[in-house]
Design a protein around this ligand. Structure first.
Ligand SMILES: [Fe+2]
Ligand SMILES: [Fe+2]
Length: 383
């Protein structure tokens, strides 16, 4: 594997796709289906060239290039972060063993499910944002929207690569199903609730990129800890792109609130709608809604699935290897600590307290793939 992508290939990649003809053929036959989906469900506003960032390399000396590209010709590539040949599993019952290059049979179904759930969110958000181009507040915002859209498309490619490379026939079927489900559809909706909601206006879009992409960031962060090395390396690279998505949300909400405050001061009134600003109580409603549906993505507070995934080494906590491995043994997070708030139970304590449920009892409310970031949030040093 090299760090730079080979752009002479039909599907740009740094995973030596040309060495595996079968996989290459499978992905090349998925590609036109992806493009049909993009035409039907991607950005509706007709455009010619858009100034976009395209991932080129996973190395430290710059990983993207910027240029004007027709969006349909965007080079959606497959990237894995550089391999650490000595990488060890950092947690769970396989702690200290070498990370897995292949999918262990006993975890095949769980890993596939985790990848499918992650993969399902990527095209879903593109669908949700399909019509926003028509009402963009500025060219700057429009460009940001399209940047987010093409990168969510690339994230779909990232998950489809894993499915096709490591899960054989059922992986290929899942890859097709990712293009078949659609956001808000009654017959075949997206898997997670937040991704079936509408994003009908720009305040919703800013809220989505602020809250829901933040859930995405933590999901990727916890999958990056996975013992399954290709998943870990894929997510590591996806996180680079995710930072921009949250910047779009943060600065978008910032501008809206600032304008409201400005108009309130200038006119000495809370009633700013007539002056072209969004009233604070409307902003609050948007926050309440998007915060709630995004919080649901984190799953239940005590989650059997989280515990099982953690024990198996499939998903870790946020910054697992960077932070938790350094903790002195006696401080390993085992007890409940009321001072830590809602997510007070650590992954390990959850793992222990619900361990018997591994044999079939499931108490989760939400999707089985979600919930781990709940634990991750405890450890997040920033945000
Ligand atoms: Fe994404
Ligand atoms: Fe994102």
């Amino acid at each position: 594997m090299t760090t730079a992508a080979d752009y002479t290939e039909k599907i740009p990649n740094n995973v030596s796709l040309h060495e595996d003809r079968r996989l290459q053929r499978a992905l090349e036959s998925w590609q036109p289906n992806f493009l049909s989906w993009w035409d039907a469900m991607g950005p509706a506003l007709p455009t010619r060239d858009v100034y976009l960032r395209t991932a080129m390399n996973v190395g430290r000396d710059g990983w993207a290039q910027f240029g004007f590209v027709p969006m349909r010709d965007y080079r959606w590539g497959i990237f894995l972060a550089e391999r650490d040949p000595g990488r060890m599993i950092g947690f769970g019952e396989h702690k200290g063993e070498p990370a897995w290059d292949k999918v262990p049979g006993e975890y095949r179904a769980d890993l596939r499910r985790l990848i499918v759930v992650q993969g399902d969110t990527e095209p879903a958000s593109v669908e949700q944002q399909r019509n926003l181009g028509a009402t963009a507040p500025s060219l700057y915002d429009l460009r940001n929207l399209f940047q987010v859209n093409v990168e969510e498309g690339r994230h779909l490619w990232a998950m489809v690569y894993l499915l096709q490379a490591y899960f054989g026939r059922d992986g290929r079927e899942e890859a097709e199903a990712l293009l078949h489900r659609s956001s808000g559809s009654l017959e075949s909706p997206r898997i997670l609730g937040a991704f079936n909601e509408e994003t009908p206006d720009w305040l919703s879009f800013y809220m989505f990129t602020y809250f829901t992409d933040r859930d995405g960031k933590y999901q990727l962060g916890t999958l990056k800890e996975s013992a399954f090395d290709p998943l870990s390396r894929t997510c590591e690279f996806m996180l680079k792109e995710e930072a921009h998505h949250m910047m779009v949300g943060t600065t978008g909400i910032d501008r809206v609130v600032q304008r409201t405050a400005q108009v309130m001061v200038e006119n000495d009134t809370d009633d700013v709608a007539g002056h072209g600003a969004i009233p604070l109580d409307v902003i609050q409603k948007y926050v309440n809604f998007h915060y709630s549906v995004s919080l649901d993505l984190f799953g239940g507070e005590t989650s059997t699935n989280v515990a099982n995934y953690y024990t198996a080494g499939l998903k870790g906590r946020w910054l697992e290897t960077r932070v938790h491995r350094r903790l002195p043994r006696r401080r390993e997070p085992v007890e409940q600590d009321p001072g830590r708030g809602r997510a007070g139970s650590s992954a390990e304590s959850s793992a222990r307290s619900v361990q018997p449920a591994r044999r079939g009892v499931c108490r989760d409310r939400g999707d089985p793939g979600r919930g781990e970031a709940e634990l991750g949030r405890v450890a997040a040093p920033h945000e």
